[in-house]
Write a protein of this length. Sequence first.
Length: 471
Amino acid sequence: MAKWYESAVFYELYTRMFRDANGDGFGDFDGVYEKLDYLKNLGVDAIWFPPFYASPLRDGGYDIANYRLVDPRYGTMEDVERVFARAHALGMHVMIDLVINHTSDKHVWFDASRRSKDGPYGDYYVWADDDKGYAGTRVIFGATEPSNWTYDPVRGQYYWHRFYKEQPDLNFDNPKVQQEVFDIADFWVAKGVDGFRLDAIPFLFEREGTNNESLPETHAFLAKLRSHLDETYGGEVCLLAEACVPADENLRYFGTEAAPECNLCFNFPLMTDLFRAPKTKDAAEIRQTCRRLFSDLPAGAAWSNFFRNHDFLTLELLPELKVRQMLEWYAPPQGMLNGGIARRLGPVLDYEEKVIRALTALLVSLPGAPCWYYGDEILMGDDPSLPDRDSVRLPVPWDEVERAEADPNSFLNWLKKLLRIRRTTPPLLEGDFRVVEGEPPSVFAFRRSLPNGQSVKFSIDFATMEYSWEA
Ligand code: NOJ
């Protein structure tokens, strides 16, 4: 029996910008509540909420000051639980972010850690007497952070951080930190969540002489977390990995049959291929990626295929030449920051609906759980003049949504129809995957078949952006 998440349509809902019910300029859970029927009608099966916990918002909430408190700007815990319960009543699942690589520097653990080396929180973070350790580790937020080490005058030592300096990394070598993670997960499952997006998951452990990404210790911890959840909740709680790493490394985040890790992984390798193919008019890259990614997954494992999210359209996985091409095709005049393009789906593809529709049809016909970014269903705009990633985090213009709903030819209504086709075509949900060989170079075709013989062939021609399904 397939698990609920394996082919679910996910919707990333950025609460702050989604719907502001009380008019204070800050989206909130009451606003989400008002729009749950809208999401259900769209064809959403699961909502993913990025962090809404107490936070100074240095990094859009990915700097958590308290894992168990709802930031009052979004509402109360009761408001959140009301949304979860109503989503469930409508048959939708709910995922939240588990941001465990780091906390905010305003978390009480960090305060205690910097104040007392020998106290109970002394080794909750990664401290050192100098900033020489782990040389050779890339600095992810290089546009603002000169180093992964920052000196803390209170403790008189340096602390390690893979992101902003206001986000000190937790020390996963400390078993108490690992236990905290289990406890936080249990806390939120009790509130009604069905799964967790694991933020920045390759970076949990540090070891001298490595690049400090995807270390064996990190995989061992993920297997422990998965077995904790599987044993406690009978395999119904889903872990979704955010690991922007090359295909072979990414596949390892599913773990093995004996030691499973994540149920879903965001499909970063496919994402850039999707944007490249309409420009190169060549299906070779995508064919190769899909052949590699969609065969031999462990039971219950699936990819979460996506175009965009609340971050930059990342170019991290591409070699230099392809980065240059992507910038030429897609970067706004402001260029890019921290290795990515701050554009949304509609504007980045010049609102060319023929291209967008064909790519979307492909996205939802591939095996796995597609993840849709809020607002892209109306091809909403962005604003690359805004700092950092604010460009792709604008408020939903609900009047535009209403207009799109009333227009039978809108992208929104087309998308609804597409998701309905998918929902009612079993091979597109559970069929296996086989590339159809012998097509012209610009054509990517694959067949999805069920054991009962039912099957569908999907093909897309990147030279013309024509696509079709046939039996
Ligand atoms: C990935 C999140 O998607 C991003 O928004 C955040 O800045 C980093 N992880 C750090 O938490």
